[in-house]
Design a protein around this ligand. Structure first.
Ligand SMILES: [Cu+2]
Length: 162
């Protein structure tokens, strides 16, 4: 491969990686997929060495049929699981929901700290406040939806947005 060809290929790769969902303006940080409205996907900055991070968002179903979030991915994670945090015998425990989470017709499911969340595992790099990363949400009926997670401060609760 000639040097100039390699340089051109690299330039094209850089061009394409900077296009896409990150071009969506911050004030429109929500996505529609059929009857589903996905609001404010976000994550938290991670301390050095962390291998996992949480993903949060709200899904409203304006339709007349129930749907179900069955899986998710994120470009910064080796794999992403759907989890639930709950009090059990006065201890906060986290469990994996392999069947995902139902989004009832006319209902809304909130993924937030201390509750349902996406668990980004095998993090490929630390998450820094202010950056964003691409992910997907796959619903039983609405299909796969591309979303952009915004990284908020370490310890953020996300409540400032609601
Ligand atoms: Cu978790």
């Amino acid at each position: 491969m000639s040097k100039s060809f390699r340089a051109a290929a690299l330039a094209v790769a850089v061009l394409f990686s900077s296009a896409g969902p990150s071009a969506i303006p911050a004030f429109a940080h929500g996505t529609k997929a059929g009857p589903l409205e996905i609001d404010h996907p976000w994550s938290r900055a991670t301390p050095g060495g962390a291998r996992v991070a949480g993903g949060y968002l709200a899904v409203a179903n304006t339709g007349t049929e129930a749907d179900r979030l069955v899986s998710a991915t994120a470009e910064i994670a080796g794999r992403t699981e759907i989890h639930e945090m709950a009090m059990k015998d006065s201890i906060m425990t986290m469990r994996h929901l392999p069947d995902g989470i139902a989004v009832p017709a006319g209902g809304k499911v909130e993924f937030k700290p201390g509750s349902y969340h996406l668990m980004f595992m095998d993090l490929k790099r630390p998450l820094k406040q202010g950056e964003s990363f691409a992910g997907t949400l796959t619903f039983e009926k609405a299909g796969t939806v591309e979303v952009e997670f915004v990284v908020e401060a370490l310890g953020a609760s996300g409540s400032a947005h609601h």
